[in-house]
Design a protein around this ligand. Structure first.
Ligand SMILES: Nc1ncnc2c1ncn2[C@@H]1O[C@H](COP(=O)(O)OP(=O)(O)OP(=O)(O)O)[C@@H](O)[C@H]1O
Ligand SMILES: [Mg+2]
Length: 224
């Protein structure tokens, strides 16, 4: 990427469903995200946190408004262009992990690289698993791991290709205190040392000290 990562959210609305079943997930949201900034997004269940991540990470296109990143405006891009944007620039830790069940931890990471047509030596994959405390677990498949271990595989996978934008949805929800702090330190390091942009959805108060700011959502709006 040529310039430092940034994302500008300008009057974004997003709805799901039609007519009577319609839900407004985001209602006229404005927000700015900068390089070297660790933002936590909090708020009650259903307030629009995952929707916001989906829109700024190019997983969903807003109904209204614009999302302008340092790699260009992504709102209004077609599906192919959005997929290319995500592959090149984004790393995601999803609520529920979304690992491939048939693949080992190491193979899940290798698959992520292959989808991006990136080549890294095997030791880079081992180092990424080491960094989240999973050395020795590289050959295990998701159904042989605990929730916290799966979550850490998902974190390692999101960071392996060194994305400019990292989006994490409750990345410490199934982690014990020590593992949670370790993941937070890893993410913090990425922001401070490498100038990445991190948006993390979480209710986990233990993470607050690691963040530069905390945004709070309610009913599809940022309220503070
Ligand atoms: N795929 C979907 N289809 C229909 N409605 C949806 C869908 N995804 C989200 N919604 C609705 O949009 C609103 C915002 O949902 P969102 O997932 O962004 O909330 P959230 O803040 O991430 O909640 P949680 O903390 O429970 O993960 C909710 O009312 C939800 O029911
Ligand atoms: Mg959510």
């Amino acid at each position: 990427m040529s310039s430092a990562p940034s994302i500008s959210v300008r009057g974004v609305s997003l709805s799901f469903g039609k007519s009577r079943a319609r839900t407004m997930a985001l209602q006229g949201v404005f927000a700015e995200f900068q390089a070297g900034q660790f933002t936590i997004v909090g708020g009650p269940s259903g307030s629009g946190k995952t929707s916001l991540l989906s829109v700024i990470g190019g997983l969903l296109s807003p109904d209204e408004g614009a999302v302008v990143t340092s790699a260009g405006e992504i709102s209004g891009m077609d599906k192919g262009a959005l997929a290319a944007f995500r592959r090149q620039h984004c790393g995601f830790v999803f609520q529920g992990f979304r690992l491939f069940d048939a693949l080992s931890a190491a193979e899940n990471l290798a698959m992520s690289l292959a989808l991006r047509q990136m080549h890294l030596p095997r030791r880079a994959i081992d180092a990424a698993l080491d960094a989240v405390g999973l050395s020795g677990k590289a050959r295990l498949r998701p159904n042989e791991m605990s929730g916290g271990e799966k979550q850490r595989v998902a974190v390692a996978r999101a960071l392996l290709h060194e994305p400019a934008y990292v989006f994490a949805d409750e990345p410490t929800a199934s982690l014990d205190r020590e593992s949670g702090l370790r993941v937070a330190e890893l993410l913090r390091d990425l922001v401070v040392r490498k100038g990445r942009l991190l948006v993390l959805v979480s209710h986990d108060e233990r993470l607050t000290p690691f963040a530069d700011r905390v945004l709070s959502m309610e009913d599809g709006r940022i309220v503070s």
